[in-house]
Design a protein around this ligand. Structure first.
Ligand code: OGA
Ligand code: MN
Length: 335
């Protein structure tokens, strides 16, 4: 209202009759209404609401269109939500591949283009930064059971965190459901912050002094999937601390994955046993959220402090198509 009055005052040198004033007022009202409506469509007027999905982590976020989210305050709200919940579920998103990549850049910076599948050759999507999480071939048919892409992607059924076999590793992954099967094909998430908090102080201090080697060659080999010598050269693995310190969130977290195959400060068998024991600890039911996908869901997770894994479904019969973008774990944006 105040902006309408000041606008009327600012029309200097004109004397308006009452009818003109009313029309002018109505025009300004409708312009301001349209602007407000546009803003609310652009999501920058309504504060987001986070509805918890699990006792420790994961929340569903109130209605918002992420491809139209540009304003810093809303992006900061989402980052804060990530710091608290580590997994956020956004329903009913319409996103093209490039809109999904652009949103990821706005939220968290540079995109990862060296995730595991890129070592296998070109994907059908034409960009290394968008991962094809599907059971669909380049020709559009369902993958044969023995197809190498299918055998490789079965590795997603192991508890893992994205791109921990790279340096920089992956930070946020954003997975968008494009076509879902009519049967359950859920994704499980484990909260490694709560798993760390639940350890005794002596164990926490011990783990904080350790470094792991993460390798996708190692994790795929545990399933009997092998890369060629040439592919292996592109996938040397990476070293990361056993415990991550999430400064902005003010939390510490285990940093585990099926990719972790060696603890540098221990013998190989002893280190592997420790990794397995800790993965078992971190994936107990009280730390796990099961996501049941709905059409258009976009789920963001923080790879520094969660693990996830796909679950089995009849992939010879049903199509399941999702697209994933992962950001690089570089310096954090301020929340
Ligand atoms: C991923 C992943 C699990 C799934 O996209 O990184 O592991 O359920 N997906 O598809
Ligand atoms: Mn993954």
């Amino acid at each position: 209202m105040s902006c309408v009055c000041s606008s009327i005052r600012s029309v200097k040198g004109f004397s308006l009759n009452s009818a003109q004033k009313i029309k002018f007022f109505v025009d300004l009202e409708s312009i301001s209404f349209v602007r407000k409506l546009k803003q609310s469509q652009d999501n920058d007027l309504m504060p987001l609401k986070f509805t918890s999905l699990h006792q420790n982590f994961a929340a569903e976020v109130s209605t918002i269109s992420l491809r139209e989210t540009f304003d810093d305050s809303t992006l900061a709200e989402i980052r804060k939500g990530m710091d608290v919940y580590a997994v956020l579920v956004f329903r009913r998103q319409t996103l093209t591949d490039s809109e999904q990549m652009d949103f990821a850049r706005r939220l968290d910076g540079e995109l990862h283009s060296k995730t595991g599948a890129s070592a296998l050759g070109k994907t059908r999507l034409g960009s290394e930064a968008i991962a094809d999480i599907s059971n669909v071939s380049s020709e559009g048919s369902l993958l044969e059971q023995q197809d190498r892409k299918r055998l490789y992607s079965l590795g997603n059924r192991l508890w893992h965190t994205d791109a921990s076999f790279q340096d920089p590793a992956g930070r946020y992954s954003m997975l968008h459901a494009r076509a879902l099967p009519p049967v359950d094909a859920d994704t499980l998430f484990a909260d490694e912050r709560a798993a760390f908090d639940a350890l005794d102080d002596k164990t926490k201090t011990f783990l904080e002094g350790l470094t792991c080697h993460h390798s996708i060659v190692h994790s795929r080999q545990t399933l009997g999937f092998d890369f060629s010598d040439e592919e292996k050269l592109q996938l040397p693995g990476a070293f990361h601390p056993f415990v991550r310190n999430l400064k902005r969130a003010g939390r510490k977290s285990l940093y585990l994955a099926s990719h972790a195959g060696q603890v540098m400060e221990m013998s190989l068998p002893e280190g592997r046993l420790l990794i397995w024991e800790m993965i078992q600890h971190a994936t107990q039911p009280e730390f796990v959220y099961r996501h049941k996908w709905q059409d258009g869901d976009l789920v963001i997770w923080d790879n520094r402090c969660t693990m996830h894994r796909a679950t089995a479904f009849d992939d010879a019969k049903y199509r399941r198509e999702l697209r994933r973008v992962t950001t690089l774990d570089l310096v954090e944006a301020p929340a």
